[in-house]
Design a protein around this ligand. Sequence first.
Ligand code: FPP
Length: 254
Amino acid sequence: MSHIEAVRNVCGETFAPPRHVAIIMDGNGRWAAQRGLPRGEGHRRGVEALRRTVRAAGDLGIDILTLFSFSSENWSRPLAEVRDLMGLLRRFVRNDLAELHHKNVRVRIIGERHLLDPEIGRLLQEAEDLTRGNTGLTLVVAFNYGARQEVARAARRLAAEVAAGRLAPEAITAESIAAHLDAPDLPDPDLIIRTSGEQRLSNFLLWQAAYSELVFVPTYWPDFDRAALESAIAEYRRRERRFGGLAARAGTGS
Ligand code: FPP
């Protein structure tokens, strides 16, 4: 379903879903601890929540769904947990890629790929290559991703152009920095959701979040589902987005 097709009438109002939703999937460990289970079980259930959310996002007419799957800072976790998360990513791509492709999902990856295990690097590349021509939901997987590192990468790319004499330092603008981020063609997220009750961005999409609406939900990620996504979108719809301008005032010419 396209964004336009998904604009629908609810209780007499026109309802356009946010075009780009990004999610910080948090609380896997606490979900497991609450049940006396190992943290790895929380992550495994987290993958199920991820599948549910991808399906729901497509059904709700969202164009782009970005998921924070592994942060640049997650390497500081115990080795066994890092291995667990890498294994889950491998299995996710191996088991789910064909179905995502079948459902016309386009997979994009943001984050630092160079230092990843070569097998993981190949799988991520395969996911992007196979689905490149798809026109349905764009699923952006932020893997080995940190926003400060992404901005630093953009700065390095611009600095290389300056050093090569192709760009004047005065020509560097907010737009040119944005054009050198990892997925420069995608619009900024309209809505960023963080689960588990924590209220911070934790180095996620810091540049792109300038005017995003932030919605924090108490649900631990493994319990996140379509109803939780719908209620975060309902909260988003209650917000007034001003992008630094003034509030729209109905019925006044002033
Ligand atoms: C946060 O829970 C979650 C993550 C570290 C990343 C999200 C990972 C998944 C959903 C599973 C992996 C999926 C793929 C495709 C790699 P936490 O461990 O920080 O929870 P806590 O704050 O309660 O300890």
